[in-house]
Design a protein. Sequence first.
Length: 439
Amino acid sequence: MTDDVLLIIMSFLPFKDAVATSCLSKRWRWLWLHVVTFIFDGTESLERIAEKPSLLGSERTKFVNEVNSLIDSCNRPVVPDLQIRYDLDRSFKTDIDAWLKFAVHMSVENLELDLTDYNGLAHETYERYKFPIRLSYRTIGHLYKFPWSKFTLIEFPSLRRLVLKGVHITTATVESILENSPDLETLSLHDAGRLRDLYVDDGKLKLKHLEIVDCPKIKSIYLSSFNLVSFTYKGRLRAVRLVISNLPCLKFWDIGEGVIGLKNRVFSQFDYCLSYLDVLSLEITRPKEGLKLATIPKLPMIKKLKLAIGARKDNCLLEFTAIAKACPRLEVFTIELQWLSPIKSRRKVRHVADHPHYYLKELVFVGYFGRVSDLELVVYFIDNAAGLRKIVIDPRGSRRRGTKAVAASVTAVEEARTSAKRQLQKSLPGGRAVDLVIL
């Protein structure tokens, strides 16, 4: 293989692993220096910390030193991709500032900064790193004592994708990024504790993908007159004024309200665009709190539907077929059950009235545990989707690192696989081929 091919392969490795290839042979010794993708992913270290939290201090220092050393040794004129994922707080401000300056100077196009803790949660508000309000080739600054908007200036012209998780960022800073990053296509903000409002109304923007997730202080979101393709909002819908208009390219919509529970009024907020959405994803953490499934409006163009549902208890899931019924052209239906320690109950399998799903080809079930509620939902689609060709069963549910449920889930997942195979193989229809895949 040529060096160019090897570099392409190495670009998919975490940067630490790419550096480790220097030990393979003389040919590999300096090859890593030409890698243009800098991915510092501390997942393995974070898993060790989750098992033994006392390791946090030493592991943090080790990770930061590795990043600093490798960045200092970089001799590339341009680094298009910089991704850093680790449990870091504001005490590492000097180091994180240096990484951001490096990103600007190296004309980084894809910047991802995930500073959530070893359980995947944001740090306490007072502990989080604050994104600078001044960032350019010349300077970086925070200037906390001065008005945000007057002194805010983010000059990052190369930026195409920005992902910030567990990082404080202000409204003025976001506005400055949008104004001075003309090629920005993706903006993803998670746990941005200082974000209060977001107003985007500029036809010149190239922004196509927008995510606002768990930003508790946000009060209003106004999106209009640009070519947005996908929009994700997870948070307190009741407390947010959400205005969306004149977005003709919007095809993907992912929305949920966490533990509060999804309310039907959210559909009225998006009424004008429901007729041309292709993909819809809904998170319904507490499904029994105020969701009136019978009033779901028609979704005539939806081809892919995903429901993420809180399902610790073995409650019947058949009521959620009402959402699928509202999508007459549905081709792929994904259901993801969110649980840490699911409960099983003994009851008879229930049935609902038949409803043909003429276009449904694939059913994906994440978090299948072999409960009656799981089985009866799959059987419903087997019975009502004559064109169904594939069923994918993923027995893994939503679990956090470091929880006892993770350790206990190894056995539970194996039991779920066995249950799925036993329950579903005998439920498959005779006379037509349906591919059953159990992960």
